[in-house]
Design a protein around this ligand. Sequence first.
Ligand code: ADP
Length: 258
Amino acid sequence: MTRLVIDNLNFSYDDTDAARNICLSVDKGEFVGLIGPNGSGKSTVLKNLYRALKPDSGKVSLDGDDLFFLSHKAAALKLGVVGQENDVPFDFLVEEIVAMGRSPHKKLFDIDNEHDKYIVHHALEHLGMANMAKRNYLHISGGEKQRVLIARVIAQECDFLLLDEPTNHLDISYQLQIFDFVKRLGVTALSAIHDLNMAALYCDRIFVLKAGEIVLQGKPEEVLTPENILNVYGVRCDTRIHPITGKPAITFLPSGKL
Ligand code: ADP
């Protein structure tokens, strides 16, 4: 079943066409990656989906409904977002930030009940953050903040995640942990991913953006070929199917004589 359909989406900032004729779909349970060089439009596409930006034209539907006609609450019950800007401007405890994920499930003045507290605690526990529940969010590291925001989206209990480079700032063990975790959740996800080897390991399908347009799409082994990577990123590499993972493993080559 197809869950998200982006049909011919266009968006420009004042003088930059940042997303042009974007057509993309995500099926139920799929983990789809958006890759491309810096400035190619990955964040812009995602922001148009989580309504931080409004498309100039085009249509986005989620489970058959036009995304832009859903109420904020209806959208938040389905769609969780981990964006790139992870600075929360006020003084909150870690557990309070995660508890914000519960708000789509509640009425305006409802207080957190035992079920909410259980979910918040477990979300933090899953990410190895339970011992930080009472810490001030502003006083933890960038990587820890990122994990708190993933815990918040898990507490939201939605089944479609939009992730904008969710493992930025994280060391390799947490990068693997976050992607493993999202895969285990079995939710549907569309994620901008910076690291091509991570994209190769975790994505069912990949869309490649270059200068605001989708230039390639397919399974990791179809997309992440040395020729395509040279065309899109201008770097040479060697790609092999790894004997253990069965996925492409990319080794980048220095621009010298190799
Ligand atoms: P990516 O996420 O792939 O790095 P972005 O979506 O952030 O790319 O950027 C796409 C293009 O839009 C770039 O040329 C970038 O400079 C431009 N851009 C991004 N944000 C803004 C903004 N707020 N105002 C003007 N131009 C922007």
